[in-house]
Write a protein that binds this ligand. Structure first.
Ligand code: 3PG
Ligand code: CO
Length: 546
């Protein structure tokens, strides 16, 4: 059990955690949609309430190195678990470096399955080195190994990124990759890109926000239906001309053909590896490959294949059944221990981030814990620069209702705006996104006051804090040839805020800034606010009692 906290009996009202997704603290205001936003509530919070910064990227959240930006998966894992685990990116890199991946049963079955069929392995996944969902180095290592194993044919289905990497960088990945294939091909070995498209148009939907994306992906990768091109380089170039201004993540699907025929439809007897390690955007396509009674769209033809994921994407639902590397085994999360302590918990977000405050928060565990209540607000299915307010108002409504119900001792929510709109690269929309969050805070905080509660206001990683690529030398926003700024769609390496909103104790509480303070310190801080000791495994609390 979590014992009583000796030095503080806890807040009598609710303890609320508010995640402002994609809200970092930049080194300079230049290019920051957060700095440019009108946000009177947040300004007041930073001026008058205890606040510190937390590390939200790199090794502080279990990524392989401090050059790796944070992301929502690892960020919510760290916040919810109160501990740092080596995450998918690091686990896969280690398994490849040690060679353990090749000895695993799943890889052996992928190879054996292809050899028993016509000798083809398909690799489908996000085509970049963003290290959020995937890394091209992992794909290359598997291609080289497939050749060594005597596989004859490899087909790659490339989901163009532009969301975790610069927004029109596809050719920076496709061209060197084609050169790599040219070097690797030879003898009987033939590896080629067979299909692809922007990651926000096909295959990588999440939380069932838009199954049409997955249906389009299936038609592209499996059936080979769609606009035809001679090569992936030609596809990217021609699609850019045909759809001017469209950034990589939004490019339409493409199919590569030779003599008028798709080079890599997926057929009975083939093996398929979905090489993303992160689960949220991998689950739906995995279900399309694995479920016998699949009813989300008409698959037309269901090839009998050996299917493997890079990781297992959902341990409870066992999706997929076969996976190359074991995911982190996250244990003793705050959700679990608060539940055991009889603390009632409320979690809310809109669809796009719903699994983040439930599944990721609880250490990649689906299904509610005892005493938990979840509320999902359906997201709009639109480009979010067109509706930057997203569902902030509805999430605030839900939080206010849950607070007022008096049923919950602790509540959490995620405002997706800073991140989802930040990913579009649209500066003006991103300022509105932050303003929507500010407005929502202004509505929720007085309700917390009325109930004698407190709030921890934080973020999982940065995004809207840098809307332009920064010039490596000057650190100022980089410019295109026409003088416009180069939009940045990816997350940032910046720290995030932790604000303690407390009108309940008469200024008795503060936060301590430590060198190592990071997202994994939030669970223990919340425990102390609830009047409980932290779990022995959790990183230290940052609460100061004056
Ligand atoms: C995405 O999946 O949208 C991005 O790759 C990462 O964003 P998130 O980590 O904030 O979800
Ligand atoms: Co994001």
């Amino acid at each position: 059990m979590l014992n009583k906290f000796a030095s503080f009996a806890g807040i009598s009202g609710p303890v609320v955690t508010i995640i402002m997704d994609g809200y970092g603290i930049p080194k300079s205001d230049a290019g920051s949609a957060i700095a440019a936003a009108r946000k009177p509530t947040l300004d007041r919070l930073f001026a008058h309430y205890p606040n510190i910064t937390l590390r939200a990227h790199g090794t502080a959240v279990g990524m392989p190195s401090d050059d790796d930006m944070g992301n929502s998966e690892v960020g919510h894992n760290a916040i919810g678990a109160g501990q740092i685990y080596s995450q998918g990116a690091a686990l896969v890199a280690d398994a490849i470096a040690s060679g353990a991946i090749w000895q695993g049963e799943a890889w052996r079955q992928v190879v054996a399955g292809a050899k028993a069929g016509c000798g083809t392995i398909h690799f489908i996944g996000l085509f970049s080195d963003g290290n959020v969902h995937s890394h091209l180095d992992h794909l290359k290592a598997m291609i080289v190994r497939a050749r060594e194993e005597g596989i004859k044919t490899v087909r790659i289905h490339a989901l163009l990124d532009g969301r975790d990497v610069p927004e029109t960088s596809a050719l920076d990945y496709v061209e060197p990759f084609e050169a790599f294939l040219a070097e690797t091909n030879g003898g009987v070995f033939d590896a080629q890109i067979a299909s692809g498209g922007g990651r926000m148009t096909i295959t990588m939907d999440r939380y069932e926000a838009n199954w049409n994306m997955v249906a389009r992906g299936w038609r592209t990768h499996v059936l080979g239906e769609g606009d035809q091109f001679a090569s992936a380089v030609a596809a990217v170039k021609e699609l850019r001309v045909k759809f001017p201004g469209t950034i990589d993540q939004d490019l339409p699907p493409f199919v590569i053909v030779r003599d008028g025929k798709p080079v890599g439809t997926i057929e009975d007897g083939d093996s398929v590896v979905f090489y993303n390690f992160r689960g949220d955007r991998a689950i739906e396509i995995t279900r399309a490959f694995e479920e016998a009674n699949f009813d989300k769209f008409d698959r037309v033809r269901v090839p009998q294949v050996i299917y493997a994921g890079m990781l297992q994407y959902d341990g409870d639902l066992k999706l997929p059944r076969r996976f190359l590397v074991a995911p982190p085994a996250i244990q003793d999360t705050s959700g679990e221990w608060f539940s055991r302590a009889g603390i009632t918990q409320f979690a809310c977000s809109e669809t796009q981030k719903f699994g983040h405050v439930t599944y990721f928060w609880n250490g990649n565990r689906s299904g509610k814990l005892a005493g938990e209540t979840y509320q999902e607000v359906p997201s709009d299915v639109v480009p979010f620069e067109q509706r930057p307010w997203m569902k902030a108002a509805e999430i605030a409504d839900a939080m206010i209702e849950a607070l007022k119900s008096g049923k919950y001792r602790t509540l959490r929510c995620n405002f997706a705006n800073g991140d989802m709109v930040g990913h579009t690269g649209n500066f003006r929309a991103a300022t509105m996104a932050i303003e929507a969050v500010d407005l929502s805070l202004a509505r929720i905080l007085p309700v917390i006051d009325a109930l004698g509660g407190v709030a921890l206001i934080t973020a999982d990683h940065g995004n809207a804090d840098e809307m332009y690529e920064l010039d490596k030398k000057t650190k100022l926003p980089a410019q295109n040839q026409d003088g416009s700024f180069k939009a940045k769609t990816a997350h940032t390496l910046n720290p995030v805020p932790l604000i303690l909103y407390d009108n309940a104790t008469g200024g008795k509480l503060g936060l301590k800034q430590t060198d190592k303070a990071g997202l994994s310190n939030i669970a223990a801080t919340t425990a102390n606010l609830l009047g409980l000791e932290k779990h022995a495994k959790w990183d230290e609390s940052l609460l100061v009692i004056k």
